[in-house]
Write a protein that binds this ligand. Sequence first.
Ligand SMILES: Nc1nc2c(ncn2[C@@H]2O[C@H](COP(=O)(O)OP(=O)(O)OP(=O)(O)O)[C@@H](O)[C@H]2O)c(=O)[nH]1
Ligand SMILES: [Mg+2]
Length: 318
Amino acid sequence: MFRKIPIVLTAEEILQKAFKKTDKVQIIDRNALYRKKKTIIAKTESFSNTVVSTLEQYVKNFPSIDNLPTFYQELIDIKISIDKLKKALGAVDWARKTCQMIYSKQSRSLKKSGKIEFLLIKQQEIFGRISSVVRQIDKELINLIEAQKILKKFPEILDIPTVVIGGYPNVGKSSLLKCLSSAKPKIAQYPFTTTEISVGHIERKERHILKRIQIIDTPGLLDRPISEKNDIEKQAIAALKHLADIIIFLIDPTETCGYRLEEQMNLLSQIKDMFTDSIFIIVENKADLKNNDSKYLKISCDTFEGVDKLIEKIFSFF
Ligand SMILES: Nc1nc2c(ncn2[C@@H]2O[C@H](COP(=O)(O)OP(=O)(O)OP(=O)(O)O)[C@@H](O)[C@H]2O)c(=O)[nH]1
Ligand SMILES: [Mg+2]
């Protein structure tokens, strides 16, 4: 969805590209005067067309924000800001229209005129005015360059049954994604290793029907009010809110994650209160380190103990 966004250029780069193309324009006419005149007109047209079509390509190929699934809209708002992106696209579209208008207004007088000197003056005027419009939106083009870099890295979310893994940092969420799917998330023994949403898939044939489930790993959440959550945590909340058919809430009862079980259980209550319509599977990880007699499903991402049971449970809902 975000792969086809073109590489955005800065104002100076757009102008350089347009002037380079202008240099290549050549008109063949046996009459030297006509040749000169036609060349000036054709160069002016080429310059304006390059600028206009470059700007048009940006506006056309950026996804229309209002038509995106709500998860992506929220992710854009967290990582870029919807207002900022809309403002940038609006400015580019304004520049496209303005450059188009400058050219079409002036090109009539170019064509009617007979004097080379006049043509050259008009040409410089058009080059100057178009260049100044493009330079005016340089800041917005730079914002688009930044946005494009972020959007290109957005996860590819499919419209299929989805399980979102949530929980405190360092409890083993990415390890679980790795156990369940072929995804290769980064795993490390410090909190906040995962800073982005990542996706994996599990497939299983049941009575000749292939079932495919999407598993989503999220950054760790802390037990604090939603208004105090940082942008990394907000991505996890957006995934839980917009994508989850099932939420696997992963607990580390060994507390080797660095957080007390009590804090993790408070987070669970908070998440349960926020997403009352979701199905929750509460899972204790790191069972290889500690035995306890709680009522929750116990697994170990290190020894794979209990993982098959969890897979059974997930598929039983779909
Ligand atoms: N002993 C043991 N260690 C585990 C298990 N699962 C994960 N770990 C370890 O716990 C640490 C954290 O694992 P991650 O999968 O990165 O945890 P996370 O919840 O994704 O962490 P953040 O991305 O920081 O939120 C790593 O050192 C893992 O090797 C397990 O079942 N048993
Ligand atoms: Mg992780």
